[in-house]
Every structure is written in C-alpha cells, then in structure tokens.
Ligand binder design. Structure first.
Ligand code: PLP
Ligand code: COI
Length: 355
C-alpha cells in the first residue's frame, strides 16, 4: 500500500485508546473523535511528509491568516465496514479532486492525491475499530486544510496545514426534515465560491438557517441570488424533486456544490430505469406541482445526509406538505447506494475502494 509518498510516514500511536468511553449504540453525528489524525504541513512551497499522531489540540499564532481571512476548506467522506470486517471508502479520489478545486479557488496549495488517498488508508488501518456497523452509521471522515501562515496583510498565507480527523457517526438528521425555501438571503453568487467546500460558505448560512429553525424548519433550500426564483441546494445536501415519475435535480454551477452523492444517485436512478432530468427548477413549479398533486417526493442527498426525505417545505409564510408514499424513489435509491457503500452488493461502477 505504501507509495513513494507514504513510505516515510511517521506514525505516533496514542498511549491509551478512548474507544471504550464511546457509546456506539447512541452515536450522534460528528461529535466524538477517534484516537488518531493525519497531519501534513505546507511550508516553503512544498508539502512535508504526512504524520499520523494522536488526535490532539493544535497551536496557532493569533496572526495566522485562517482567523482573519478565512482560508479554510474541507471535505466530507465516510468509511464503512462490511460483515467480514473489511473497510471501504466511496469514490475517495473525487473528494481529493474537489478539495483541490476548492484549494485553487481559495488561493491555497493543492495537495498531492497520494498524500490524500494513501494517508487516509494508513489512518484507517489504525482507526478500523472506530468504524460503526449499525445501519445508518459510519466513520465520518473530515479532511480539511487551513492557513497557518501569519500576517495581517490581506493576501494568501505562505503556510498551511492539512488534517484528516474521524468521527464515528449516526444519522445527520434526528427526525423529520422540513425545509424553508429562502427568499431573502443568498448562500452564493455567480463568480463566487459556492462550488467550493469553503468554511465561510457554511458560516454565511448559519444566521438565515437559525431564523428558519426558529420557525420549525431544519434546513434552508437556497435559491438563486439574482431572482430567488429557482431552487439551488440545501445547507448540507443537494436536492432531488420527484414530479409524477420523473426525478429532477438542478445542474451544478459555480454557485452549487458538485455533490458526489448527487451524481451517484443520478447514475443509480438511471440504471433503475427511473426517468431523470437535470434542469433548472422554479420555486413556482414546485408550488404548482404541490397544489396539483404531481409533486410526489423531495429529498436531499449528501455524504452526511445520505438520502434524507423532506416531509414538507415552507415558502413566503405558507407550508406545503409532501404526500406520504409507500414506495419512494428516495428509499429505493438510499438502499441501493448504501448497499454499494457497505459491500452488500456488487459495485458495477467501480466506486467502492477497499482500504
Ligand atoms: N451541498 C452542500 C452545501 C454540502 O455541504 C454537501 C455535503 O458535502 C453536499 C451538497 C453533498 O455533497 P456530497 O454528496 O459530495 O457529500
Ligand atoms: C458532508 O455531507 O460531508 C458535509 O460536508 C455536510 C456537512 C455540513 C456536515
């Protein structure tokens, strides 16, 4: 498994594992962290050899540019364990590619793919026991990069840190998901950083999302910043709409994250013989479809959210309920994708990667 990049990895193991302190029968999403992390520093124009260390605090200068100018990007992935104890990742090179797309847009250094993939595999070798196997749970993996370089000058930093930390996790949403279709605030704009997985994209969502939560909605569905007439994506997932028998999702753009779950769901749906359309969707079309009964399903898709059915949506002070169907596309597609991820079925796409 070791490549030229990773054979010089240093591994410092923790003295005592925290694993026995964790209640694997009651896992929340992303709130307890495994024993080790991978750390890789970028200095003097180059990435140093990655190190695996105990999960621990890091020290930063107050003048580090992350605090001032927000150069911070991340990825979200999961590791799964099958009944034989083998460990799998899902489309990991796509996460690495997207990290580097985000890095470029935020004027940060791109990370060599071997550091990401081999580093992740080496980390998972150590953290195998942290992968939960109960249905709906997985080891959530958070690769992230931020500016450590110092100075108050508003310009890119000259040093960065890349870390991979892991959190055994249960479902992202604990109950029904009701969404508010946003008509005032925007998540992203043309020419902006919406397509990047930049920390600031999430910070900017928190206030409008809190306003929505205060009204009883769990997520916001963002609309285009120009007219607020078209739906884009939700705070932590891409959106699918079923009108009659057709499954729709909006095209990605420089305002929308190119979700790995979204593109996988589209491929699986097509293989299942479900008619799919990738096109712009007007809020007014959703409302009309809800009123005339042709709107059958709404669901979100993402690594953390997997496939999360949406029970209803609010818009301009009015609530619209989704019908409660027996056999939903959402449930079928969720089963198909998780079966591939957890090695329960063949993977005709070559998405699953054994660690
Ligand atoms: N959109 C946003 C804003 C997200 O944060 C996520 C989660 O990563 C997604 C979409 C779904 O992307 P993926 O399926 O690659 O996890
Ligand atoms: C993911 O699904 O991996 C994400 O990054 C969403 C995050 C906001 C939890």
């Amino acid at each position: 498994m070791a490549s030229n990049y990773t054979e010089n990895f240093t591994v410092e193991k923790c003295k005592t594992s925290k694993i026995n302190d964790v209640d694997f029968d009651d896992l929340k999403f992303g709130s307890v962290f495994s024993d080790h992390m991978l750390v890789c520093d970028y200095k003097n124009g180059t990435w140093e050899a990655p190190k695996i260390t105990p999960y621990q605090p890091i020290t930063l200068e107050p003048s580090s540019k992350i605090f001032h100018y927000g150069q911070s990007i991340f990825e979200g992935m999961k590791a799964y364990k099958d009944d034989n104890g083998s460990v799998f990742l899902f489309r990991p090179t796509d996460n690495c590619k997207r990290l580097n797309i985000s890095a470029k847009r935020l004027a940060m250094p791109e990370l060599p793919e071997a550091y990401f993939i081999d580093g992740l595999k080496a980390l998972l070798e150590l953290e195998k026991d942290w992968i939960p196997t109960a249905e709906g749970s997985a080891l959530y993996i958070r690769p992230f990069m931020f500016a450590t370089g110092q100075g108050f000058h508003a310009s890119p930093a000259d040093s960065y840190k890349f870390i991979i930390a892991c959190a055994p996790s249960g479902a992202y949403f604990s109950g029904q998901v009701k969404v508010l279709i946003e008509e005032q605030y925007s998540r992203s704009a043309n020419g902006g950083v919406g397509f990047a997985k930049a920390g600031g994209n999430y910070a900017g969502q928190f206030y409008p999302t809190q306003l929505a939560k205060d009204k009883g909605y769990q997520q916001v569905i963002w609309t285009d910043d120009n007219t607020h007439d078209y739906i884009e994506e939700a705070g932590a997932m891409n959106i699918f709409v079923r009108i009659n028998d057709t499954l729709l999702t909006v095209p990605t753009s420089d305002r929308i994250l190119d979700g790995i779950t979204r593109k996988s769901i589209l491929s699986i749906a097509e293989a299942e013989g479900i008619k799919t359309e990738v096109r712009k969707i007007k809020v007014s079309e959703l409302i009309e479809a809800s009123e005339n009964g042709s709107l059958k399903e709404l669901f979100g898709a993402g690594t953390a959210a997997v496939v999360s059915p949406i029970s209803g949506f609010g818009f301009k002070g009015q609530d619209y309920e989704l019908p409660k169907l027996e056999n939903t596309y959402g449930a079928l597609l969720k089963k198909r994708i998780t079966d591939i991820q957890t090695n329960k079925v063949d993977d005709p796409y070559g998405w699953r990667v054994k660690v």
